[in-house]
Ligand binder design. Structure first.
Ligand SMILES: *Cc1c(COP(=O)(O)O)cnc(C)c1O
Ligand SMILES: [Zn+2]
Length: 421
């Protein structure tokens, strides 16, 4: 394996934490490796047990980015890239709460995440700093769209080369929203799962930092910052339930880990929220595992417009199902029609335009409400993870056509009269 090595000064400033296998517990040096060589289990960063943690006031006084929680991110020293990602709005949604029959609801609005308009900015902020710590100067990813946008944007700002692999037939917004930053973008004839397999070989062959393959142990930790922000933005307390969309299954597991870490640090009290997972019916291997029970995930061939979450063989699927069940939550899959309706409901009730994954989350929330999973006193956060302008084709066909008129007052008068009938 060949690595491009950056300057010693860079490496002295920022170090990645060592890793430990989630399965067998074996400890490994910090490295661009995500899989245990003994048992093939996933590696996770190992945080120093006795490190000193900040209190609420210290965190609150820090700059408004996800690095305000840096003691829970897998580095020692100062991060050097993506310093402005994180701290997206948490927006109360009373009309949505009413529709769901619950006490209160909020939208955690990562559709306006900086810089690439999806929650993937959080994981890439972590991964690109891991790449820097290892002196890797070319990063890459296997992506369903949003990760491609994020890797391309973050690499451009950092001055790193990026090789990005996607299924050939993604939405125009995802392809253009990647190409614009000037990466090497490669469209692969196959599903995301084919792309992912190819990227595992690519990472080995070229020594690149493929953010969700060999840098995955560091990458995933970025997702926890969504949980920290929810806790801080609610005034240092936890909601009773959280709903998030699932692709590889990482986000739901990291939300739970993040809430648990804030409870451990006594920054909040109470209990870890019930975690609910959402997928589209055309690709719902994690939901079906939750429903079936056990630990054997059955891979699927995706067939849904929710491309950003269409992973047929999710890397963290088993852990996601376990997390959901342990937390007392549940999982639901929704049809493409229902998720399009979910996009419209979020726009009309909350004024937030989300992509297909967000529509899936809203539609699943409605399903949980009608199935009796939500309680009248629930305080629910919906994780809205990507922007609607990235997948306009999902809704273009279902919206009313706007009238076209001449610039004459009488034409407007006619329209106003019609609409008041
Ligand atoms: C990637 C993605 C997810 C889910 O991420 P996982 O951690 O892989 O489960 C959710 N929403 C959007 C918009 C995404 O791009
Ligand atoms: Zn192991």
């Amino acid at each position: 394996m060949t690595l491009n090595v950056a300057s010693e000064t860079t490496r002295a400033a920022l170090r990645a934490l060592p890793l430990r296998c989630r399965n067998c517990g074996r400890e490994h040096e910090a490295a661009p490796t995500a899989i245990c060589e003994d048992c093939l289990g996933p590696l996770e960063p190992l945080y120093p047990a006795q490190r000193s943690l900040p209190d609420r006031a210290t965190i609150a006084a820090r700059p408004r980015s996800l690095w305000r929680y840096r003691e829970w991110l897998p580095f020692e020293g100062d991060p050097i890239h993506s310093l402005d990602t994180g701290v997206t709005p948490l927006l109360e949604a009373p009309r949505l709460a009413k529709r769901l029959g619950i006490a209160r609801a909020w939208v955690k609005n990562d559709s306006v995440s900086h810089p690439s308009l999806s929650f993937k900015d959080r994981v890439v902020a972590a991964a690109i700093n891991a790449a820097a710590a290892f002196g890797i100067e070319t990063i890459g990813c296997a992506s369903t769209g949003n990760l491609a946008n994020a890797v391309a944007a973050h690499a451009a700002r950092a001055g790193l080369e990026a090789w990005i692999f996607i299924p050939h037939d993604l939405e125009a917004g995802k392809i253009i929203g990647t190409s614009i930053y000037g990466p090497r973008l490669v469209r692969v004839r196959g599903t995301y799962d084919d792309v992912n397999r190819l990227c595992a070989q690519v990472a080995d062959r070229f020594g690149w930092g493929v953010v969700n393959v060999n840098l995955r142990s560091y990458y995933g930790e970025g997702s926890k910052t969504m949980a920290y922000e929810i806790a801080e933005q609610l005034g240092w307390r936890l909601p009773s339930a959280v709903i998030a969309p699932m692709a590889g299954g990482s986000l739901v597991t990291k939300l739970r880990k993040g809430f648990a870490e804030f409870l451990d640090a006594e920054l909040v009290d109470g209990a870890v929220p019930r975690i609910y997972g959402a997928q589209a019916s055309g690709c719902a291997p994690i939901v079906r595992l939750v429903e079936r029970g056990g630990t054997e995930l059955v891979p699927e061939v995706p067939n849904t417009i929710a491309r950003s979450i269409a992973i047929g063989n999710p890397a963290d699927g088993r852990y996601a199902a376990q997390t959901i069940r342990d937390s007392g939550g549940w999982a639901a899959h929704v049809s493409d029609e229902a998720l399009v309706e979910g996009i419209r409901i979020l726009a009309e009730d909350v004024g937030v335009f989300t992509e297909t994954a967000g529509g899936t989350t809203v539609a699943a929330a409605l399903a949980f409400a009608s199935q009796g999973h939500l309680r009248a006193d629930d305080e629910l956060v919906l994780c809205i993870t990507g922007h609607g302008l990235k997948t306009v084709e999902a809704v273009a066909g279902v919206l009313p056509e706007a009238p076209t008129i001449d610039p004459k007052l009488r034409e407007v008068v006619a329209l106003v009269q019609q609409s008041s009938h």
